[in-house]
Design a binder for this molecule. Structure first.
Ligand code: ADP
Length: 262
């Protein structure tokens, strides 16, 4: 892998790389809903799922059976979720849900490079990239390939076990020269469905503290919402217009997006 092999992607104004130190903290959920919300606000958005071994984006958007097309110029055509949101995922390239992609580092690098250069993204305001957890081949490839106008959004849950890995993500971004846009604390508190009281299931406040300690922007917190699991499984993002009015998480997330685009 050549270091500093940066691609110039002039037709993509801003790139947001969504990262996490650990799996299961809601990184893909955040990436998908960030892309959906930006598209709903009128931006032209691309969503690139580079989680080669566990692509969740097709399921989270209800696009499981979609396949990518080819444009007359031979470029790969992304799948359209809506007029403003185009999507590419390794999930669109594999035939069966239980297929496993077994690729070594250089193959992943080349695949990600193709996703960035051989896809007909056209003009985008934002490319949101859902990167696998940790600091392995895929985030490294994304960060090395994208030059300028790229920022990382780091997702964590509040407990110490997750936070220690956030520090690694911050150090990783500093080493590869990607500025950290900010940190989101997901699964921050749960409103008891019976008495309405807040329960800090995974503690709370850790995301804000780590942001302050490391001099990064704290983007805000998203509560646990039981409905969110069903929405994820059913491919109905919580930031979709039809669903976002009722949800506390959606209101919290909307405020986070205000900060991201400010
Ligand atoms: P990751 O990409 O970090 O592995 P996912 O986005 O796949 O995590 O989320 C893991 C699970 O947690 C999914 O079932 C998702 O629906 C659920 N989830 C994510 N955020 C929340 C939340 N705030 N409240 C409830 N469930 C959530």
């Amino acid at each position: 892998m050549t270091e500093n092999e940066n691609l110039k992607l002039d037709n993509i104004k801003k790139r947001l790389i969504v990262m996490s130190g650990k799996g299961g903290v809601g990184k893909s959920t955040v990436a998908v809903n960030l892309a959906v919300e930006l598209a709903e606000r009128g931006f032209k958005v691309g969503l690139l799922d580079v989680d080669v071994h566990g692509p969740s984006v097709p399921k989270l958007l209800g696009l499981e059976n979609q396949k990518v097309g080819t444009s007359p110029s031979g470029m790969v055509k992304p799948v359209f979720y809506s007029e403003n949101l185009k999507v590419i995922s390794v999930g669109f390239l594999i035939d069966r849900e239980d297929s496993a992609v077994i690729w070594r580092g250089p193959m992943k690098y080349n695949a990600i490079k193709q996703f960035l250069t051989d896809v007909d993204w056209e003009n985008l305001d934002y490319l949101v990239i859902d990167s696998p957890p940790g600091t392995g081949d895929e985030p490294l490839a994304v960060c090395q390939l994208l030059s300028g106008n790229s920022e990382a959004v780091i997702v964590t849950t509040p407990q110490d076990l997750a936070l220690s890995d956030v520090l690694k993500s911050i150090t990783f971004c500093e080493k590869v020269g990607i500025p950290v846009k900010g940190i989101i604390e997901n699964m921050s508190g749960l409103e008891c469905p019976h008495c309405g009281k807040n329960i800090d299931l995974f503690k709370s406040g850790g995301g804000r503290k780590i942001s302050e300690d490391r001099g990064k922007t704290y983007l805000g917190e998203i509560p646990i919402e039981m409905d969110m699991v069903h929405r994820g499984d059913d491919g109905r993002p919580f930031m979709k217009k039809s669903s976002k009015d009722k949800s506390k998480a959606a209101k919290a997330f909307s405020a986070i997006v205000d900060v991201i685009i400010s």
